[in-house]
Write a protein that binds this ligand. Structure first.
Ligand code: NAD
Ligand code: TYD
Length: 337
């Protein structure tokens, strides 16, 4: 089988490619990635000489290149996107180009190449924000209500994927997952930012009152979920993927990280809130559990310890990532710290 993976040099995409090659060594994989600031081929160093793996540098909005690169692919797994909410607030236009226009180009290319499956990776953020006081959870039936430029563009991409299924009968599946964490996560996102700042002896910025809640999902559990949807999922269906059995506000997540790392809570710095900050995400993942038999393999606490260990053991990886372009962004976002 031949897979065409977009965004395979990013956090989840590179974990997925490593997972797939380990579990299905006879399949071949094309990794199509623009290598934006978030793309890092170092993540894939261990497989770069594998004859079953090919890297193509390109933009998913470049129709000719996407159509020709996808030739012969059986399955498309579409990760490529602009993904950071804070960056989408600073500059939404790149998000529209890649997430909306880029996805439409991908869908056209998939039709023209007659692929057997187009799997679209999306987010629970398309459903908006849940009030802290309620027990409501997002489900496959939740209405779309995106509130940031990032989630609005991901919502746009989801609608296009469904439209291509209905209108042109493109065989699609979608997963909307919650906040991932794990190895190779770019340290602009909350958990790796906190771990690496603590390792550097810096403060950890907490937005607003710190009582925002995310449904943390380990990237390895996520990759297994995508695998199950590709193997057993029903065409044209959406599956939600979440990770937590008990929710934790950001401040409690940080306290856990500080405790595991044997640091001091004086490292916590409450900073100005993010505009339009979604209060809570909580995913009901009973559909994928009941229909496909998926569930997280380990608890949040165990995955968190493993993730911290990975960042401790891979200092060179994140120290290189934190130099250069990242530094400019960090100064703009947190220059006051
Ligand atoms: P990431 O930002 O780490 O990586 C994105 C990758 O896409 C990078 O390698 C980048 O170079 C590539 N890319 C960006 N624009 C491109 C373009 N125009 N053409 C080709 N390649 C391009 O992202 P991630 O965290 O790995 O997220 C992957 C997918 O999962 C995204 O679609 C995201 O919306 C979704 N998702 C992520 C999370 C999360 O917690 N990280 C949660 C839910 C959903
Ligand atoms: P983030 O990792 O940016 O993911 P998302 O916004 O897509 O959920 O943020 C996760 C949570 O952590 C969110 O509530 C915002 C909060 N946060 C902070 O408190 N401080 C930070 O420096 C960052 C980046 C995020």
């Amino acid at each position: 089988m031949k897979l065409f993976v977009t965004g395979g040099a990013g956090f989840i995409g590179s974990n997925f490619i490593l997972y797939w090659i380990k579990n299905y060594p006879n399949d071949s994989i094309i990794n199509f990635d623009k290598l934006t600031y978030a793309g890092n081929l170092e993540n894939l160093k261990s497989i770069e000489k594998n004859p079953k793996y090919i890297f193509i540098r390109g933009d998913i909005a470049d129709s000719n290149l996407v159509v020709s690169s996808m030739a012969g692919a059986d399955i498309v797994v579409h990760f490529a996107a602009e993904t950071h909410v804070d960056r989408s607030i600073m500059g939404p236009s790149e998000f529209v180009k890649t997430n909306v226009l880029g996805t439409q180009v991908m869908l056209d290319a998939a039709l023209r190449n007659n692929v057997k499956r187009f799997h679209h990776i999306s987010t629970d953020e398309v459903f908006g924000s849940i009030e802290l006081e309620t027990n409501i959870k997002f489900s496959e039936k939740s209405p779309y209500n995106p509130r940031s430029p990032y989630s609005a563009t991901k919502a746009g991409s989801d609608h296009l994927v469904r439209a291509y299924s209905e209108t042109y009968e493109l065989p699609i599946t979608i997963t909307n997952c919650s906040n991932n964490f794990g190895p190779y996560m770019f340290p602009e996102k909350f958990i790796p930012l906190a771990i690496t700042n603590l390792l550097e002896g810096k403060k950890v910025p907490i937005y607003g009152d710190g009582l925002y809640v995310r449904d943390w999902l380990h990237v390895e559990d996520h990759c297994r979920a995508i695998d199950m949807v590709l193997k057993k999922g029903k065409i044209a269906e959406t599956y939600l993927v979440g990770g937590m059995t008990q929710l934790l506000p950001n401040i409690e997540v940080i306290k856990k990280i500080i405790k595991i790392m044997d640091k001091d809570e004086s490292s916590i710095e409450f900073v100005k809130d993010r505009p339009g900050h979604d209060r809570k995400y909580d995913v009901n993942w009973s559909k994928i559990k009941n229909e496909l038999g998926w569930e997280p393999q380990l608890s949040f606490d165990i995955w968190l310890e493993k993730t911290i260990k990975w960042y401790v053991d891979n200092k060179e990886w994140w120290q290189r990532v934190k130099k250069g372009e990242y530094q400019k962004y960090y100064d703009m976002q947190y220059g006051f710290l």
